[in-house]
Design a protein around this ligand. Structure first.
Ligand code: DGP
Length: 112
């Protein structure tokens, strides 16, 4: 998608600190970190959010979570929070599906 910031990061048009990439997704450091480790894991395919995903996206959705586990393991992170905001009312500001992988501090529950 031409005006999507995450699509531009995936294509390399916009620079970011990419820390992981495979056939399905790219992971990079969040510009506005909310924890000592704050990584965004995004599918290469432009999907607006989880609600917009279809049956044919099942593989990529699974791959995103497996990438999170892999990134955590590679960085010796045992405890982490994996969050996907779905919709503006839930805090989604970039309309390209992404998981926030956050670690390095205590997290409250219920989430704020
Ligand atoms: P959300 O609010 O759940 O849609 O999260 C979007 C996140 O994306 C937010 O934590 C800030 C981050 N972000 C927005 N623009 C950029 C960017 O250009 N580069 C990077 N690295 N992160 C960005």
């Amino acid at each position: 998608m031409t005006d999507c910031i995450f699509c531009k990061i995936i294509s390399g048009e916009v620079k970011s600190q990419i820390i992981y990439e495979d056939d399905f997704c790219v992971a990079f450091k969040d510009l506005n970190p909310q924890a000592p480790t704050h990584i965004l894991i995004v599918p290469k395919k432009h999907i607006e959010n989880i609600a917009a995903a279809g049956e044919d996206d099942a593989l990529v959705l699974g791959k995103l979570q497996l990438a999170a586990a892999k990134i955590a393991k590679e960085n010796n992170i045992k405890d982490f929070r994996l969050v996907a905001n779905n919709g503006k009312g839930a805090g989604q500001s970039v309309m390209h599906l992404h998981y926030h992988l956050m670690a390095g501090r205590r997290f409250l529950w219920p989430a704020g």
